[in-house]
Write a protein that binds this ligand. Sequence first.
Ligand code: ASP
Ligand code: MG
Length: 435
Amino acid sequence: MSLIVQKFGGTSVADCEKILAAARKAIRAHQEGHQVVMVVSAMGKQTDQLIQLASQITDRPAAREMDMLLSTGEQVSVSLMAMAIHSLGYQAVSLTGAQIGIRTDAIHTKARIKSISTDRLRQLLDQGNIVIAAGFQGIDEHLDITTLGRGGSDTTAVALAAVLDADACEIYTDVDGVYTTDPRVLPEARQVDRISYDEMLELASLGASVMHNRSIEFAKKFGVPIHVRSSFSDAPGSMIVGEPESDDRPVCGAAVTKHEARISVLGVPDRPGVSLQIFSRVAERNVTVDMIVQNVSEAGHADISFTVPRDEMQITLEAVQEAVDSLGAGRITHDDNVSKVSVVGLGMAHQTGVAEKMFAALAAEKINIQMISTSEIKISVLVERDAALPALRAVHAAFELAKKPATSLAVQTPTRESADAADVASRCRASTWRT
Ligand code: ASP
Ligand code: MG
């Protein structure tokens, strides 16, 4: 019998009507002959409200108690979901993370799943139940409740799909699927039929908040095809899978990271250990550094520039000042009025002229590039903030992202046959499964 995991995000269960609508989707899949595991997030903005409540008591809540608190949001929604399914005449059982046996490490508020036992789930499914799993939570070795980080229900869903060797993992959300860029920023953005795990991970790291990052890593590791679709329509959605949408397109998506800051350290001595002096102090303050550029030194001195999120600029400046003081050399400049524009695509790894095309599009718009960084599948440029949107529009057009690629495949919801035929060797069928 085929098995489907259906995950419903907070907006998809925001009120009782929506809970009933989600219940009907699960029942429909059940009627079609699938075993169904639902993974449900807390209702609407419930998690935010719980965080808000805690902050009215203290600004330093213990992480263990935060998990105790936040996990209640999902306990509310799963129980209501079970009641909704009962009221529609079907069998359902809700389970917390602990009841399922989702074991995590003990890093409260951002725990990682270590193992999941499937015995109870299988038994309940075989008895004809729709199983409703609380998203975003687990239990550590001391039986303390843990949570997986904001948005962690996605990871619960993908992990359950992996361990149960599900035929499909459907993520129901308030958008129609994955877009070439944020459609709220650029209306000409196009919904893609499919996107590869690697591309999605890059776009997510640039702020495309379609899914929890760890969930994509999981899906990639265990080969779980993810189907992102709207809970409010029957539109086909987007698949996140191993393969890109098109074999010959260099770029699949573009993104802008609006609030960046650039810091430059000019005239530091060009000798071993200098970068370490600077960046170890930045790292000590837990600031994530993004683009780093060091020029070729002249007369024994070098300039180093890098970017950080704008709201971490002050603390980074302190760190850099400390380094400059200890080096006894260097001058610091900064600019907090910059944005990063990036293009991502697996195809660029084996194509030439991709950067050139991006630079040509920017030059045609007279947009000045301040810094450039690249990876195998990403090119990013730093521009002044006012130029960010025109830059995004220009590169989106240059790579013809609004146009469907000729070789694009239609979305295929994995069927039982195709999944059985698929290579599931990387997935584990044991009753306890480890990451
Ligand atoms: N309720 C949690 C949150 O809002 C987990 C989730 O929605 O995935 O972050
Ligand atoms: Mg959420």
